[in-house]
Design a protein. Sequence first.
Length: 426
Amino acid sequence: MTETSLPARIEGRYLLEERIARGGSADVWRAHDEELNRPVAVKLLHPHLVPDDRARLRLAAEGRLVASLDHPSIVKMYDVLTDGDTPALVMELIEGESLNLRLARDGAIPQRAAAAIGAEVAEALAAAHRQGIIHRDVKPSNILLDTEGHAHLADFGIAHSLEPDAERLTQTGMVVGTPAYIAPEQLAGTEVGPRTDIFGLGSVLFEMLAGDPPFAAMAPLPLSEAHAAGPPAMPGIDPELVALTRACLANSPSERPADAALIAAQLRSYATMNPAERDADTRAIPIAAPVAVAEPAVAPSRTLEERLGSWWRRGMPFAAGAAALFMAVLLAAAVFGPGSPAADGREQPSSTPTPQWATQLMSAYADACDATLDPTQIDGLSQPQAEAQVARLIEACGTAATTTNGAGGGGGGKGSGKEKGGHGKH
């Protein structure tokens, strides 16, 4: 169907006003919902994508899936049109631009701004994952920035539910994704999950910070080799952001962070930190001087002194940090002081060391909540159970609370698309 033959009105209620994006799979139009009197984005799918009834059923299933998501950082799905000659998706309109347009125009984004965008995308993913939905195509063109700079994740068009009885939205044997951001397990055609989205988030973080995607190869074999080798170095980027980004880009899903909510909390903490405190040459508490270290593949566990320094930089009251240090000194005195078994030279019974993943979870909680996690909260839990428990505790303390920007509904519109508003995957 040519542009000149397009109907001016879809389904008798959506008045097409201006095309705001054109892509290989769809055109996106700014439109007006005359029935509800609100601006919307109408994504007109190219007819060859839905050639038969089965394809239209998949499209309808996609619409139901996305419509179940309600989060300020997720573009809302309003309607799915599968009848007639013009299959379409009707979505929230985001006034602004897509992240890929900003990157193409400005290059790398300042680190705190990149962390803020990444936090909102991670919060959107966490909300979707809690409902058993994964995105599978997290990339800059699917992230829309409104006029206030807030991020909105768009186009769950290839998402599917993790529930065993849910309708699958892609046909068996197909590998779906964008090469520069596709996860290794997607490339291999194996099972995908929440950590697949976390890999895409890591790719977006890398591109925002470094100015280019982490992997440039397009063919499957070179891309697989690049995944195994890991992303390039990130000179000039804060080591905390480097460690988090590289952890998200781990080749094996089991080595990536398990919960997008934990990533959101860490990025939110970084984005809101006072730069003067981060960059200060001296500290008001006794911590070891920082030393240069090689970029790790995953975020390392931190010593008590390093954690106290992190708490201080995030504005944690001195008394709380000092109390933690005081308790550590008391513990050392009890173990090594006069009269203790260690001081007498007697052999001590062996104890089970704290797993690194448990240390990282306690560190993430401390960073997000400015408090020390009671170890009994995760004692006896498996790693997945402990990760879920810490995610809930972080949500409870309010550190990872979503910043509501008043988007959606029938108020002032929000734009989308690659040309003016970055709405949808093209």
